[in-house]
Design a protein. Structure first.
Length: 230
């Protein structure tokens, strides 16, 4: 079953890379446009994202939040890919990151699937809006809309998917999990919406603000280097 999931994921990732190339090439038809160069760039951004996600040194535990909520910067490279080459390119880079991470999974691919969905919603919406409105106002609208959508999706997935799944996977009781949550935030009263509102919501708002700030700084510095010559 795990092999089948991996095969499906690989095929889907390849389709996304090819689709993103087709979309990008339809807007930038020049004699100097290189299919290999474009796919290589998307793959590099995906690999960079995977490194930032997998390597423990790049995962930061924030104070005042449960230890299993950690900050990582894997979305910065895919944001840059999306701003430079379009939303499908960003999603393709996310798919590559997910494929690289699959061999290290400890969640039977459920954690990776959830992360792929949240990152795709977050980065995909922001880069799609920016593609239509390429100015500072467009950046602000893109970041605001994508943050709202991502935070709502994160709360729903935590309450209805991730918490029940992890409790079953690790054999935890509600009382045991609640005790872990309350070690960081004593005000949490239950493992569903109290946890979502007091932990998931503020954590994701803070994480998104940090990631978006990092993305803005990096993209402003390198965006001219990412365009293909016309």
């Amino acid at each position: 079953m795990d092999n089948l999931i991996s095969i499906i994921a690989i095929v889907a990732g390849l389709i996304l890379v090819v689709a993103s190339f087709k979309l990008y090439s339809s807007f930038y038809r020049t004699g100097k446009f290189s299919t290999t160069q474009f796919i290589a760039r998307v793959a590099i951004f995906g690999a960079m994202s995977a490194i930032l996600y997998v390597v423990p040194i790049f995962n930061i535990s924030l104070p005042f939040f449960p230890s299993f909520l950690s900050l990582h910067f894997d979305e910065v490279p895919v944001f840059i890919a999306g701003f430079a080459y379009g939303p499908l390119s960003a999603i393709a880079a996310i798919a590559i990151k997910t494929l690289i991470k699959l061999p290290f999974t400890s969640t039977m691919c459920v954690g990776e699937a959830t992360d792929f969905l949240l990152s795709s919603l977050y980065v995909g919406m922001a880069t799609l809006i920016y593609k239509k409105k390429r100015n500072l106002k467009g950046v602000a609208i893109a970041f605001a809309c994508s943050t709202v959508v991502q935070v709502i999706a994160a709360m729903l997935l935590n309450v209805y998917v991730m918490i029940p799944f992890y409790m079953n996977l690790f054999g935890m009781t509600e009382e045991g999990l609640l005790a872990v949550m309350q070690m960081a935030i004593p005000a949490i009263k239950d493992i569903s919406w109290s946890y979502a509102l007091l932990a998931v919501l503020p954590f994701n708002l803070l994480k998104d603000a940090i990631v978006l700030t990092a993305t803005f700084i990096v993209y402003r510095s390198v965006h001219k280097l990412l365009r293909f010559e016309k």
